[in-house]
Design a protein around this ligand. Structure first.
Ligand SMILES: C[S@@+](CC[C@H](N)C(=O)[O-])C[C@H]1O[C@@H](n2cnc3c(N)ncnc32)[C@H](O)[C@@H]1O
Length: 267
């Protein structure tokens, strides 16, 4: 890939009113380590590929490191990756030369990009990102504007919690998140003319390894016991003793996930 094809749009992200703030680099690195150990790409990517085939021109919104998108794009495909997080955008940029795609990385949220900056693409993908869940209607119109033929959303559809990657590993009292698939809410938000033409669901498992039991305990205490309540700290510690799995030197936690894949075909 030539450097000319890379475009990094530096942007100061201010989404302080958003329900889903952009990750910091620490959260992004945690996600990347986990998603690489999970069967997300293998299960969701393979199912999507079976339905839509290989793509040659993709706008990827909230691209992460292209875990799913790299399963569906052809060699030499034109791939525009919108990714606001610095760590993930840098990962894409630093891997671009090794990959056989014409990759443009735009480090920005979708809210900050306008028609002056992006052209319509044949296919667009928003996989497990905040737009479809928190800004359903306005995001739909925004994405439609930049899509010629095929538009795809991948959204959480498990019956369990859908906040943090590993909340589904914990019991409901410990994760404290709302539970239930977001699919119905999303579809209800959309007008008749905006309804997806096809929906499929795919089960997969998020898995995260920890080097030590203490590292796992620190992660869960930090993320699910923000006030350091001593009773809750003990309950989390007890739960980990019972449920954390050991494999060789490593400890791992996993959470069952379901993704709904929503597909619109315009041509
Ligand atoms: C769970 S990750 C999914 C990454 C990738 N699409 C995948 O399926 O593996 C969510 C991604 O959406 C990005 N994101 C969150 N809010 C965004 C926004 N407003 N605009 C663009 N991307 C956003 C995050 O930085 C993160 O990389």
């Amino acid at each position: 890939m030539s450097n000319q094809n890379q475009r990094a749009v530096a942007a100061t992200i201010d989404l302080s009113n958003s329900e889903s703030p952009i990750w910091d680099d620490h959260q992004a690195a945690f996600y990347l380590k986990g998603i690489e150990q999970s069967d997300y790409a293998e299960k969701v990517g393979a199912s999507l590929l079976e339905v839509i085939g290989t793509q040659t021109n993709l706008l990827d919104i909230g691209a992460g490191v292209g875990t799913v998108s790299r399963r569906i794009i052809a060699d030499n495909a034109l791939w525009t990756a919108i990714e606001p997080n610095h760590f993930l955008a840098s990962y894409l940029t630093s891997h671009a030369a090794k990959w056989s795609y014409q990759l443009s990385v735009m480090q920005s949220s979708w809210q900050r990009l306008t028609a002056n900056e992006i052209k319509p693409h044949k296919t667009s993908l928003a996989a497990n990102t905040s737009g479809p869940v928190y800004d359903t209607k306005s995001f739909w119109h925004w994405q439609r504007n930049y899509t010629k033929d095929l538009m795809i959303w991948i959204v959480p559809a498990q019956d369990g919690p859908r906040g943090k990657c590993l909340s589904g590993f914990l019991s409901p009292e410990l994760h404290g998140e709302a539970v239930g698939s977001s699919l119905e809410t999303i579809v209800d938000e959309l007008d008749e003319s905006m309804q997806p033409h096809q929906i499929l669901t795919v089960d997969w498992t998020f898995r995260q390894d920890f080097s030590t039991h203490e590292e796992a305990d620190q992660y869960f205490q930090h993320n699910f016991n923000a006030t350091a309540d001593p009773e809750k700290a003990q309950a989390i510690a007890n739960y980990l003793t019972l449920h954390l799995q050991q494999e060789g030197e490593q400890f791992f936690a996993s959470a069952a996930k379901k993704s709904a894949v929503l597909i619109w075909k315009f041509n």
